[in-house]
Design a protein around this ligand. Structure first.
Ligand code: ATP
Ligand code: ZN
Length: 225
């Protein structure tokens, strides 16, 4: 692959991680000139550019070598990591640092009439989720056989629509669950925004830029702790 001497960071264009992500980059000394389409932002102080994308695309952009770092939810990173593992491959990206914002959990939630005692209560149930790999992995570890119904959105209304018996979804305050008469019964994963990087070191000038950036980021994160 062509050697590059500038670093590229992928971050969410608009959503729950975009503001805190931009703030963290600013406090780590990064400044960007915004382009008209606001997808590619040129780094003005450091040789570090920013690509604004959908969060789900971030692990793939790192895997393809299009971006060198990414700010993404651990839930998205682990889901895509497990997709590789379930194919018998090694994921080409890894979690480098936890960033302390975007906290949420991947949890199971059941309708009020559902009797849940422990994971065995889920045997034979249909579970709606946008995280099929994480859910299947958890079910396998619990030794429970259940049907995973993959939905790309509006997971919380699946039980009411008769598409599933319960759901496995991201929860932060629990307000969405309450509004849909769902009760949280188990946590599969504690999540927050993380800094993602390739599984292997870069072989050109970019690794030096990464090392310098991580040092500054650690300073910023330490102040916050
Ligand atoms: P995109 O358009 O980039 O695909 P999205 O709708 O998939 O956006 P958001 O809803 O902005 O994504 O969520 C981004 C991340 O924020 C999640 O992957 C998760 O890590 C984190 N997050 C924190 N709290 C919540 C929550 N209550 N619900 C969903 N995600 C949350
Ligand atoms: Zn998304």
């Amino acid at each position: 692959m062509k050697q590059r001497d500038r670093l590229r960071i992928a971050a969410q264009k608009s959503g729950r991680l975009s503001e805190a992500g931009r703030d963290l980059m600013a406090r780590s000394g990064l400044r960007f000139r915004e382009s008209r389409d606001r997808l590619f932002c040129y780094g003005e102080v450091e040789p570090v550019d920013l690509l604004l994308v959908r969060d789900d695309d971030i692990p793939g952009l790192i895997a393809e070598g299009v971006c060198d770092l990414g700010i993404v939810g651990r839930n998205v990173l682990l889901e895509q990591q497990l997709e590789y593992v379930q194919r018998g491959e090694v994921a080409p990206f890894q979690e480098l640092r936890r960033l302390g914002f975007g906290r949420c959990r991947l949890a199971l939630a059941v309708p009020s009439e559902f009797v849940y005692q422990d994971p065995t209560s889920l045997a034979g149930c249909r579970i709606a989720t946008s995280y099929p790999a994480l859910l299947s992995d958890w079910l396998r570890k619990q030794d429970v056989q259940a049907e995973v119904v993959t939905l790309s959105g509006s997971v919380e209304i699946a039980p009411k629509l008769g598409k599933a018996d319960l759901i496995c979804d991201l929860v932060s305050t629990g307000a969405t669950l309450a509004a849909n008469q769902l009760r949280e019964v188990a946590t599969l994963l504690e999540s927050e925004a993380v800094l993602a990087a390739p599984a292997e070191l870069m072989l050109d000038d970019r690794q030096t830029i990464v090392d310098r950036l991580i040092k500054r980021l650690d300073g910023v994160l330490q102040v916050r702790d």
